[in-house]
Design a protein around this ligand. Structure first.
Ligand SMILES: *Cc1c(COP(=O)(O)O)cnc(C)c1O
Length: 395
């Protein structure tokens, strides 16, 4: 019944799977037939502290009963508290602007870079260099910032000023007098869970600083402890000028943030958002950060990501005929599969075993479990993955 309703009334922009989930707890979700699934996707890196997290649910309920929204024309206490917490935990001397999604956070980053290029001397600069296998969002300008050609079908004309480098090594040769910013992911998510080389990133950061070109790190997927540190930039030991955040910050409430060291780049009227950073989402996100900060400091996060990686490597050894190699960092992991057909079979077989997993790029089986996934949930997920691999191998 709801499947028909969905098909009749929702635009068909997703390859949608018609299972009707009704509730969750931790890394588990249940459908309307009461089937239990293990969630190794956390809703594409969003539900970082688990489904129906009690502390987050309580914060949301408490806030909803008081006030949800008043607009950015007034002080919003939980927004100020969240910004302070993000900045202090990051170790970077930055200020925040709150938006509602990753794409919008990246729009903010592009606007910051463009304004910097406009006011920072002559000639005026506007070009942003991104990478070919990047993903930065679905709005017109973040689509254009996304280097993957297949994303540029239809929808033109796009805004000018985006240049694509094949990889980090290729960036320097693309810089000209109009270049103002380089925007990259430190682990490409949609592009195939591909971590960049730390030494090369550090070298890039140094070169850009010398040439007064901004470095923007898209941490929409890597941010909020996904790679083991608050930001992947912390792990790579670099000091970006701009960081964008979204997915894992709100545990499901829609929130995006652009953070920058250019503390006075915007004047009133330069940028805005009706919903951005309202009471509800910033109160929830503040709670998420508190939970994860405690989890990290207790050693729980490191233990959990170490264990997940160890379990994945068992599969690399056991199924050399299906898997090329393991990729990724922290709890942003992938198995590079030998063919796209095998990958599709694996995802389908996993689903039949009631395990949710993701694809990335052409041939990567992707895992983004809740950061707080328990040992028992991890083991249960891998037991199901084992069955999916066995079924794929047999067919
Ligand atoms: C998901 C993602 C985006 C887009 O975020 P939305 O919230 O879907 O707009 C941008 N950049 C990266 C790296 C992402 O993974």
């Amino acid at each position: 019944m709801f499947e028909e309703m969905d098909k009749d009334f929702i635009l068909h922009s997703y390859g949608r799977n018609y299972v009707n989930f009704t509730h969750g707890a931790g890394a588990k979700v249940w459908d309307d037939q009461d089937n239990e699934y293990i969630d190794f996707t956390s809703g594409i890196g969003v539900v970082s502290v688990g489904h129906a997290n009690e502390r987050v649910s309580n914060a949301i309920c408490d806030q909803a009963k008081k006030i949800i929204h008043i607009s950015n024309l007034y002080l919003i206490e939980p927004q100020a508290k969240l910004a302070k917490s993000l900045v202090e935990k990051s170790g970077y001397d930055m200020r925040c602007f709150f938006a509602n999604s990753g794409a919008e956070a990246n729009e903010g980053a592009i606007k910051i870079a463009r304004k910097y290029g406009e006011v920072d001397g002559e000639p005026k600069r506007y070009k942003v260099i991104t990478l070919k296998h990047s993903f930065h969002g679905r709005t017109i300008s973040t689509l254009k910032a996304t280097g993957q050609e297949k994303m540029h079908n239809y929808f033109g004309p796009f805004p000018d000023g985006f240049v694509y480098a094949d990889d980090i090594d290729h960036i320097a040769s693309l810089i000209d007098d109009h270049t103002v910013c380089v925007m990259i992911e430190l682990v490409q998510g949609e592009g195939g869970v591909e971590p960049q080389d730390k030494a090369k990133v550090q070298q890039l950061a140094k070169m850009l600083k010398e040439r007064d070109i901004l470095l923007a790190i898209d941490e929409v997927q890597t941010g909020i402890y996904r790679t083991g540190e608050l930001f992947a930039a912390n792990l790579y030991e670099i000091e970006p000028d701009i960081i964008t955040v979204a997915k894992g910050l709100g545990n499901g409430v829609p929130i995006g943030v652009v953070m920058t060291t250019l503390k006075d780049i915007f004047s009133p009227g330069d940028h805005g958002s009706t919903f951005g950073g309202n009471y509800l989402v910033t109160r929830a996100a503040f709670e998420v950060l508190e939970i994860l900060d405690g989890y990290k400091n207790s050693g729980g996060l490191d233990a959990s990501l170490f264990y997940f990686e160890k379990r994945l490597h068992e599969f690399v050894e056991k199924y050399p005929d299906i898997i090329e190699k393991a990729v990724g960092l922290g709890l942003m992991r992938g198995l590079r599969i030998k063919s796209a057909a095998l990958l599709s079979a694996l995802v389908e077989n996993a689903f039949n075993e009631k395990l949710l997993v993701l694809k990335a790029g052409r041939n990567t089986l992707r895992f983004l479990p809740p950061l707080t996934i328990s040992r028992e949930e991890t083991d249960e997920g891998f037991a199901r993955l084992e069955k999916a691999f066995a079924a794929t191998k047999a067919s």
